[in-house]
Ligand binder design. Structure first.
Ligand SMILES: Cc1cc2nc3c(=O)[nH]c(=O)nc-3n(C[C@H](O)[C@H](O)[C@H](O)COP(=O)(O)OP(=O)(O)OC[C@H]3O[C@@H](n4cnc5c(N)ncnc54)[C@H](O)[C@@H]3O)c2cc1C
Length: 100
């Protein structure tokens, strides 16, 4: 007979958000099961590809900035724990019409 296991949390979809959710829940000692319909990773999701851009310049609303700063710190943690360099600092300029 198949053995039953219980999990505190089941995450449906292990793409960008699901993988992060699984990672952070597991780090907190929560037993978590991630269910993915394809491989992890796979080329059919929004996470497909080799790079993503992250920036703190958000003209939409200043409330985004603390979230971005937290994200930078978390990416730094991923670099430390994985021993891989994954964040590269590049200079770019954002041009926008002044809204306020
Ligand atoms: C070409 C491209 C470029 C981008 N560039 C940037 C960028 O530079 N900077 C940036 O911040 N963002 C960028 N984004 C956006 C960012 O990649 C997405 O917002 C992010 O990956 C979305 O994550 P997600 O977990 O919602 O989706 P996904 O990563 O697609 O994860 C969803 C997962 O759920 C799985 N799933 C769905 N239904 C089921 C089911 N019923 N059962 C099991 N599994 C299921 C899917 O297979 C998939 O693996 C870009 C997106 C694209 C497509």
């Amino acid at each position: 007979m198949a053995q039953r296991r219980n999990f505190d949390v089941i995450v449906a979809g292990v793409g960008t958000m699901g993988a992060a959710a699984c990672h952070h829940l597991a780090r907190r000692g929560v037993s978590v099961l991630g269910l993915e319909q394809f491989d992890i990773p796979h080329p059919m999701g929004a996470h497909h590809g080799h790079s993503r851009m992250i920036r703190q310049a958000y003209f939409e609303h200043p409330d985004y900035v603390p979230l971005l700063q937290r994200a930078y710190n978390l990416w730094d943690e991923v670099e430390e724990t994985s021993g891989s360099r994954i964040r590269f600092h590049l200079v770019f300029r954002v041009l926008s019409k002044r809204f306020v």
